[in-house]
Ligand binder design. Structure first.
Ligand code: C2E
Ligand code: MG
Ligand code: MG
Length: 750
């Protein structure tokens, strides 16, 4: 503690130190020392005295060290020092206190803020000096600067924030930043004091937001959410809002609201989500389209596959019976032939053709024919082994491919097929029998490839047909030549009628009783420019097979009747005409009608016509045959049984058939001269026929001897080279005229 009296001023010699003054001074000294502020007494700008605090503020250890120091040292520079002097003394000179805050300089050179208050001791005499009170306010100054910087920063933030900041009290705006007003389209300051209702579209909207937000604020929580505000021009603004009470305990302090315009963001979001939805929709649409496309593709593929399978099936199988067709057969045959070749094993091919299948189609219709084929196909399939192939070539032709089968095996299969065909087929109410003719070809002797083997089997089948059908034949090389001719004939036959290649020859049938020409038999002749004269025995079976026999037969009937008409009207009135009829013609339901029509056409009596039938007519369907014969008989047409004795018909059947006459086959007549057997047969036939009231004609009579025997036996007529070969009409007419003079034609049979 520095004693105030230690100041030189006070201890100056000569100055009386009376006890009251002394006390006062001491009291002053205590006051100075205990004051929290620095106090200095200056004169002539130098320190006269100061207290300890003053010394401390400037960084001096004791007040004594400052005595006599020019106060300029306490200022940052001379200018600052002088400026203060200039400011202070006019005030001080008025006797007033001068107060200022200034930056001062400590002893170590650092600057600090000090608050100075000075006063003159004697305003009338400045030389008496002045007293200054100094307070170190550096700390306070710095805090203040920091505070105002913070304030400034806050304001800056407030003003430049990109969000709207609003202070509300009682839902009235007390303060807001520019951004808020800008955001809502108001002028700066325009909203001051307004109710917040002003930036809502309606009372309802305003109240709704109040109900939504204030409970949070009241409980001290902040509210965060979206609020739709309304611009001054009425357009909506969607804002993200954060609000909080300034003091939850005191609602009257109001609340602060930070609002951010998210309209664009919202719009962008909406656009985005719309785009998203659209995209989603597009993706869904596209996916659906794709799925449909894929489904369609799948369907198309499976359709195509099914089509392909169907095409394959159609290309390889017979649609009616489901049996392999020729194409598949050819494939399998090729493979089978290869195996047979490699392993040296046998292989057989059977060509099968149904006998008289065409009649079923013609008389019962295609539907029945088809159903029959299906049943036959099943039966064929049932007879053979799994590894065998049964194929249908079309029509009534089938081929059996029998890998591993030799001649013996093939014969067994053929027999089994014959056996199987013996049972009748039941199609609707029809009981049908259908016998096959078969030809067998063996690998490799009858052909080393499929085509040759098939041709060979076909030729053998053809032979089986010629040999009486319902049988099978093995191929032989001789057959080959014959079959080539058969093919040629079949082709040539197609044109024969239109090219007028047919003629009729007539052979007389002589009454043995009178020696007269009783009737003539029309025999068909075919003269082909290349093939020459073709025998009816050769071409008629071919014409029957191809169905051409119907047209040909009609031509024969018409030509023969025309000729008969001509003869009957030129000198042979009692003459009758015998016309050969194929079994196929006979099965035509319209035959009786056709015959009657022609007789009427030529104005001939029915009994002037004699239809020569073979026993075959009754083989397939005896009932139908009897019915047709009954009809013909009823019309007065006569029927004779040709080639009698070669077939199976019994005499009792002849009666039922309404047969007028039977013709003993030339095979019995031929050897009558030396075969006692034949003589017995012929005489038996004649007698039995006589007993049944049926007339007899002997065919192929060539000798007088034969004629004699027949005459003895009571045969009615004879026909043969002995009398005449078959002749053209003109020649026969000459023949008949030659025989006319012997007996009267009126002598004809009653
Ligand atoms: P068919 O009806 O039995 O005719 C008699 C056949 O014996 C004829 O042969 C005839 O020329 C022959 N012939 C006649 N007298 C003698 C003889 O003394 N000795 C020998 N060896 N033969 C004799 P063709 O004309 O060759 O006729 C053969 C067969 O062709 C006929 O046998 C007949 O079944 C058939 N045919 C002929 N013309 C027709 C026709 O217009 N329609 C039909 N469906 N068949 C016919
Ligand atoms: Mg005849
Ligand atoms: Mg005959």
């Amino acid at each position: 503690m520095s004693p105030l009296y230690s100041t030189p001023e006070l201890q100056r010699p000569g100055v009386a130190t009376d006890p009251p003054l002394h006390r006062t001074l001491r009291e002053q000294q205590i006051l100075l020392d205990s004051a929290g502020v620095g106090i200095v007494f200056l004169r002539q700008r130098s320190v006269v005295r100061c207290n300890q605090r003053y010394a401390e503020i400037f960084g001096y250890a004791s007040s004594a060290r400052l005595v006599g120091i020019n106060t300029e040292a306490f200022y940052p520079d001379r200018d600052a020092f002088r400026e203060l002097g200039r400011m202070a003394y006019p005030v001080l000179a008025q006797g007033q206190s001068f107060r200022v805050e200034r930056q001062l300089r400590r002893r170590d050179g650092t600057l600090f803020w000090g608050s100075l208050t000075g006063r003159l001791i004697n305003p009338h005499d400045t030389t008496e000096g002045s007293i200054w009170i100094l307070d170190d306010i550096d700390e306070q100054k710095r805090a203040q600067a920091a505070l105002s910087a913070a304030e400034r920063e806050k304001q800056l933030l407030f003003d430049s924030a990109m969000v709207g900041i609003v202070f509300l009290r009682d839902r009235h705006l007390t303060r807001c930043n520019d951004h808020f007003e800008q955001m809502l389209g108001f002028q700066p300051g325009e909203l001051m004091g307004s109710s917040s209702r002003r930036w809502y579209a309606s009372d309802e909207a305003w109240e709704e937001v109040g109900h939504r937000c204030y409970p949070f604020l009241a409980s001290g929580q902040s509210y965060e959410g979206e609020v739709e505000l309304c611009r001054k021009d009425g357009t909506p603004v969607i804002c993200e809002v954060r609000s909080k009470s300034i003091d939850p305990a005191d609602p009257s302090q109001g609340s602060i609201w930070i609002t951010m315009d998210i309209t664009e963001r919202k719009q962008a979001q909406a656009a985005l989500s719309r785009a998203h939805e659209e995209l989603e929709q597009q993706v869904q649409d596209r996916t659906r389209e794709l799925r449909e496309t894929v489904d369609n593709l799948h369907r198309e593929i499976s359709d195509r596959k099914a089509d392909q399978e169907r095409i394959y099936w159609l290309a390889h199988y017979d649609a009616l019976t489901g049996l392999p067709n020729r194409a598949l057969l050819a494939e399998r045959a090729q493979r089978a032939i290869q195996v047979a070749q490699e392993k040296g094993t046998p292989l057989a091919v059977i060509f099968l053709d149904l006998d008289h299948f065409k009649h079923v189609n013609d008389s019962l219709g295609h539907r029945v024919g088809d159903a029959l084929l299906v049943e036959i196909a099943k039966r064929l399939r049932a007879v053979v082994r799994d590894k065998d192939t049964v194929a249908r070539l079309g029509g009534d032709e089938f081929i059996l491919l029998l890998p591993g089968a030799n001649a013996h095996g093939a014969a067994r299969v053929a027999s089994k097929l014959q056996e199987a065909s013996r049972q009748h087929y039941q199609i609707d109410h029809h009981e049908l029998t259908m016998a096959p003719s078969m030809g067998v070809a063996l690998f490799p002797q009858d052909g080393s490839d499929f085509d040759t083997l098939t041709q060979s089997a076909d030729v053998a089948m053809y032979r089986a047909k010629l040999d009486g059908r319902n049988t099978f034949r093995f191929f032989t090389p001789e057959m080959q030549a014959q079959s080539v001719r058969a093919l040629q004939l079949e082709n040539a036959l197609r044109r024969a009628l239109e090219r007028d290649q047919f003629r009729l020859h007539y052979q007389p049938q002589m009454s043995l009783a009178t020696g007269n020409v009783r009737s003539v038999e029309a025999l068909l002749r075919w003269q082909h420019p290349q093939l020459g004269q073709v025998s009816p025995a050769e071409f008629i079976p071919i014409a029957e097979d191809s169905g051409q026999i119907l047209q040909i037969g009609e031509w024969v009937l018409r030509t023969a009747l025309a000729q008969l008409k001509a003869w009957r009207s030129c000198g042979f009135p009692g003459l009758t005409m015998a016309v050969n009829l194929s079994a196929i013609q006979f099965r035509q339901p319209q035959l009786p009608e056709l015959v009657s029509r022609m007789l009427t056409e030529f104005d001939l009596p029915p009994d002037s016509l004699e239809l020569e039938l073979t026993e075959g007519v009754a083989v397939d369907d005896p009932h139908a045959a009897v019915a047709t014969m009954d009809q013909l008989h009823a019309r007065g047409v006569r029927m004779s049984m040709d080639d009698f004795g070669t077939g199976y018909s019994s005499l009792s059947q002849l009666k039922r058939f309404q047969i007028f006459k039977l013709k003993i086959d030339q095979s019995f007549v031929r050897d009558l001269g030396n075969d006692s057997n034949d003589r017995a047969i012929v005489s038996a036939i004649i007698r039995m026929a006589q007993a049944l009231g049926i007339r007899t004609t002997a065919e192929g009579v060539e000798t007088e001897c034969q004629l004699e025997f027949l005459h003895e036996q009571g045969c009615d007529e004879a026909q043969g080279y002995h009398f005449s070969t078959p002749l053209p009409a003109a020649d026969l007419e000459v023949f008949m005229r030659q025989h006319l003079h012997r007996d009267s034609p009126a002598d004809a049979l009653a």
